[in-house]
Design a protein around this ligand. Structure first.
Ligand SMILES: *Cc1c(COP(=O)(O)O)cnc(C)c1O
Length: 421
């Protein structure tokens, strides 16, 4: 039996309607920006496996650090014990996070990082003797698939069965020149009629929302109102974190700093799952008390796993290296040149870029998970490029280590696609 046949026997894939979806493609190896299929074909990983493997798959430097750590300490309960990899990582993160961040809490993935952020915000008010029960979020945002994170995400058919069980969320549009005034009004009304605990948002770029981008200054206005009303602001930087927007964090573009930041995905460079929720000293302090009841009773068995921490530490070192920084600048420039070349093509509706994140909307009719999407996906795969269009949006978020030649290959397959549409 082939891997594909065996896969079908017992596996249930995420985001997959198994009755109609095509078969999953077996990948046997990955190195740098390249995926190796069981079919002996190679594919350039144009989206860094959902923006995790930003330093390249199976990065040698990280591998070395992981091997060392695996021989030293594999796992230890993080309640009541501590270890150097977590301590060093907390220092490294606080060093690069916005100045107001002081505390690091560990969990396992992007959804749990946001779940923790939402729970922290709710308990922050609870501990201060205020019962606030409502979250503000962007209507097309994505924060994950656990209950709190799902509730704070945009409404969609995929979450239909669970809507009755959502936590209280008020949804606002992402801001633009035309909408900011009405959004501010909506928030002000919302504050007078609800007990708003927190505002959760993906700063500047909404990944799952087809790489929708919006401007820092409008977000700044929203964050300003939140600050005035002691609404805890939670920046979901699970996608935008660690250099992708052109600065270390998207929040670095915004004057008003968030109270809480969620990180995952490229935090651990595609090696192992881990997540972090950071917060300010002020938030942390409201959990300090002589009674145990005010403590934050949230734990995951693998919290701060030493191996995962060693990966994250090595990844931050790489991010700060001259080599990766110059690669980031090269990719940003390169995308700009590509954009100038294709933005006026008749099949291109609109393009956008923030740092190394580049997206273009095709000027064609199609459903997000419809047949056309698979045809476009196949177009790229047949040419040895792994891109995963979101509806009619094609986006590139390649590993920082992608060579110029590999990047040009991605561009030329997009050129070819535009000619076939
Ligand atoms: C991927 C993602 C999440 C969810 O992370 P998981 O690790 O898949 O649970 C949350 N927020 C954003 C912005 C994401 O891109």
């Amino acid at each position: 039996m082939t891997l594909q046949e065996r896969d079908k026997k017992h596996l249930w894939h995420p985001l997959t309607q198994h009755k109609i979806h095509p078969e999953a493609l077996p990948i046997v190896k990955a190195k740098g920006a390249v995926l190796y299929g069981e079919d002996d074909k190679t594919y350039i990983d144009g989206i860094a496996s959902w923006y995790t493997a930003m330093y390249g798959h199976c990065n040698e430097y990280i591998l070395e650090k992981v091997q060392q750590q695996m021989q030293q300490l594999d796992q230890i309960v993080f309640a009541g014990f501590t270890h150097e990899p977590a301590i060093k990582l907390s220092e490294a993160l606080i060093n690069i996070l916005p100045d107001n961040q002081e505390k690091i809490f560990f969990s396992d993935n992007g959804s749990t990082a946001n779940e923790v952020g939402i729970k922290m915000a709710l308990q922050y008010h609870f501990n201060r003797g205020e019962k606030r029960n409502t979250i503000i979020a962007f209507e097309d945002g994505f924060h994950g698939d656990t209950f709190g994170a799902m509730s704070a995400s945009g409404l969609s058919v995929y979450n239909g069965p669970f809507e009755d069980f959502f936590i209280n969320v008020i949804r606002i549009p992402t801001p633009s020149f035309d909408t900011i005034d009405s959004i501010i009004k909506q928030i002000q009304e919302c504050i007078t009629t609800n007990e708003v605990a927190a505002f959760i948002y993906e700063p500047l770029v909404q990944g799952a929302n087809a790489m929708h981008m919006y401007e820092a200054r409008y977000l700044d206005q929203i964050l300003g109102i939140c600050k005035e009303n002691n609404i805890i602001t939670i920046a979901d930087e699970v996608m935008t974190g660690f250099g992708k927007t052109g600065k270390t964090f998207a929040s670095d573009y915004i004057e008003t700093k968030p109270d809480i930041i969620s990180l995952s995905k490229s935090l651990t460079a595609g090696f192992v799952p881990m997540a972090v929720t950071s917060c300010t000293q002020e938030i942390y302090n409201t959990f300090l008390d002589d009674s145990i009841g005010k403590a934050f009773f949230h734990a995951h068995t693998y919290s701060a796993n030493p191996i995962a921490c060693s990966v994250a530490l090595a990844a931050i070192e790489l991010l700060q290296s001259e080599e990766i920084q110059s690669n980031i600048n090269r990719i940003i420039k390169s995308h700009k040149q590509f954009d100038a070349r294709i933005k006026d093509h008749s099949k291109v509706k609109v393009t956008r870029q923030q740092g190394v994140i580049y997206a273009l909307d095709l000027d064609i009719e199609m459903d997000r998970y419809g047949k056309k999407r698979y045809e476009i996906f196949d177009h790229f795969m047949q040419r040895g490029v792994a891109l995963r269009p979101l509806g009619s949006t094609v986006y590139i978020l390649a590993p920082y280590v992608i060579t110029q030649e590999q990047l040009e290959k991605i561009y030329s397959t997009i050129d070819e696609l535009l000619e076939t549409l």
